[in-house]
Design a protein around this ligand. Structure first.
Ligand SMILES: [Zn+2]
Length: 77
């Protein structure tokens, strides 16, 4: 499956209850809540790849793998 953040790299995806865990060679290891994917699909949003990667890198100090939620998601403008 293609990584949902960058949309270009083939990534390992594990479906878990309410969230997916993803390991992308470009974006790293992270989890993403199902509600973020639902909002994306309902609105046709895309992730801001640079901002999301920067957020993931910073967040890993506190939470590894980081969880992207509807509060922390960085949508492309
Ligand atoms: Zn990626």
């Amino acid at each position: 499956m293609v990584c949902p953040v960058c949309g270009t790299t083939e990534a390992q995806v594990w479906k878990e209850p309410g969230r997916n865990a993803i390991d992308c060679t470009e974006c790293g290891h992270y989890t993403i809540s199902g509600s973020v994917l639902a909002v994306r699909d309902a609105n046709g949003y895309k992730f801001d790849v640079e901002q999301t990667r920067a957020w993931l890198d910073g967040r890993r100090k506190f939470q590894d793998p980081p969880l992207i939620t509807t509060q922390s998601v960085c949508w492309a403008a």
